[in-house]
Design a protein around this ligand. Structure first.
Ligand code: PMV
Length: 321
């Protein structure tokens, strides 16, 4: 059995919308930070009679099963029956980017079981087809997924902006709700693309957010990065909210958390919020401010975790499995 560990990433400049649905090619580029603390650990073995996947102790069925094994067919066409065992040490499908670490770990373990020595770019390109955001989990630190222009997707994979030790930051994760979301990102994106009058404006304005965020990361300018991240987040949610029927991932508690972050900023703390396809709020700040931010958030939300900048994925040696 080949075993891989991958960490989720949180988008600082968001991906929402596709230029090719089949290949999961994005309409815009995106930029992310890889997290430490949270991870997915996935084992893949060909030493089995049937295709079976166990996710957090439960056998996968229906479309979840199909999605996993279709992805394995892509990595190794004509593969033998395969067994997958995967565990997350954090809530699944709750807007905490679990699909990013899940498809990164699955892709890496499956390639290793097949004896393939793919480059990180090739692994990233393969993982992208399982879940777009997974293509950004192949590096630690700060990663950009370029939109690319090739119709076969060969230029649409993660690229490294800066390693983990370039900038010591924290993300304070406020878990408003750890249940699975009602509308998955794939369905949500399609509805947004087809119905939101804001969608074209979102696509057209992405390049300037990407440029500002990339520059801010290279210069370690948290205020500039935070502004670009909040702007990108608000624009993405504006397209969701103006879809028909609307998609609203925010809960009242999420908005209280945003207010709290703004108040901290008024008090001189460089803290910036973001949200994805779920109600949870993640706050980017300096290490020395993380406890203060977490304390403030804990007055509103029970589960608040501080995470740092994480590493890229790894394959486990026999002794560690
Ligand atoms: O690639 P997916 O299906 O996990 O979609 C990710 C969508 C967001 O998390 C909302 C934004 C992003 O760039 O990660």
């Amino acid at each position: 059995m080949a075993v891989a560990i991958a960490h989720p990433n949180i988008a600082l400049v968001k991906y929402w919308g596709k230029r090719d649905r089949e290949l999961n090619l994005p309409a815009t580029g995106s930029i992310s930070m890889t997290l430490d603390t949270f991870h997915t650990r996935t084992g893949v073995t060909w030493d089995t009679e049937h295709d079976v996947a166990t996710l957090n102790g439960q056998v996968a069925t229906g479309h979840v099963h199909e999605r996993i094994f279709r992805h394995l067919d892509l990595i190794t066409p004509g593969r033998p029956p395969t067994r997958v065992v995967s565990e997350n040490n954090f809530p699944t499908a709750a807007g905490l980017a679990s699909s990013s670490s899940a498809f990164a770990a699955l892709t890496m373990a499956a390639a290793a079981e097949a004896g393939e020595l793919f480059s990180p770019e090739r692994l990233s390109e393969l993982a992208r087809q399982g879940s777009g955001s997974a293509c950004r989990s192949f590096w630690g630190g700060f990663v950009e997924w370029r939109r690319g222009i090739a119709s076969d997707g060969s230029d649409s994979h993660g690229t490294h902006i800066a390693p983990r030790d370039h900038w010591d930051l924290r993300m304070v994760v406020a878990i408003v709700d750890d249940g699975p979301k009602k509308i998955g990102s794939r369905e949500g994106m399609i509805r947004t693309m087809e119905t939101s009058p804001m969608y074209q404006a979102w696509v057209a304005s992405a390049a300037s957010d990407l440029n500002q965020a990339r520059q801010a990361i290279l210069e370690r300018d948290l205020d500039a990065l935070g502004r670009a991240m909040e702007r990108s987040t608000l624009k993405m949610h504006a397209t969701m909210l103006t879809s028909d029927p609307p998609i609203r991932y925010w809960k009242s508690t999420s908005v209280w958390a945003m207010d709290a972050v703004e108040k901290l900023r008024d008090a001189g703390v460089s803290a910036w919020w973001t949200m994805d396809a779920g109600p949870n709020v993640k706050i980017l700040c300096r290490p020395q401010d993380a406890e203060r931010v977490a304390r403030r958030l804990r007055t509103l939300i029970d589960k608040v975790v501080i995470v740092g900048v994480g590493p890229g994925p790894s394959l486990l040696e026999d002794a560690e499995r």
